[in-house]
Unconditional design. Sequence first.
Length: 261
Amino acid sequence: MKTLADLTLKLSNEINCIEKRCASELAAAERARDRALLAAGARKILGRYHKGLNEAKQAQLQTLDEADTARNQDILAAEDKRGSALVKQERKYRAARTKASNKKRDANRKAKSAWREAISKAKSESITRQRALRKAADERLERTLALARETYNAAVEDARLAYRSALQDALVDERLAVEKAHRKAERVFTGAAIDYERAVAQEEARMRSELIDHPEALREQQAHDRTISEIREACEHDKNAAFGRFTRERRQLNRNSSNKK
């Protein structure tokens, strides 16, 4: 049984075949038109027309290359910025760990020094008093060491979370910058395509104007225009038919799925 994916793939293949066939027919029509214009004595006009098309295409390609180069530069800049941000945050994280470690070491040192001092003073007390003083000193030492550990762990965890958050921010900034670079390039690509099509239309209009003084060549161009129109209409008709078949088959597929439930 066919699936929606099968139908979609079938439609895609049909559209590709139609577009390839149409492109081939349009190219053949262009070649036939050129031969007819040459035979009608419009070589100079045809040569200028093709030169104009070539210049328009070269301008489009140059614009595309420049936009692609600018996009790559923007992406590299975003990557460099992200790399610098990661290095900066890594250093900041390590500095925070070092600072917390030093504070813990100092706190432990002071706690142990106070403990030794308390034990030393306790020796001058009676035996029964010494036991209580030593126990109190031990408890203070344990509490102070535990607090130092907790303070250290909390500081390191805060630094780690801040580090991870900064990393995410840097990655998000990079992604946004890259997406912006792609959008910017795509706008240029679209504009270049529109400019090219406009230039082609202008060249064709100029050629038709120049062909007024060559009646036979003008008739050939007019016949070519009708052929091109017919080819494009036939292509659109075939595409619409393919989409229509896809829609009917998809509806039938949905009905079959509903009936099985």
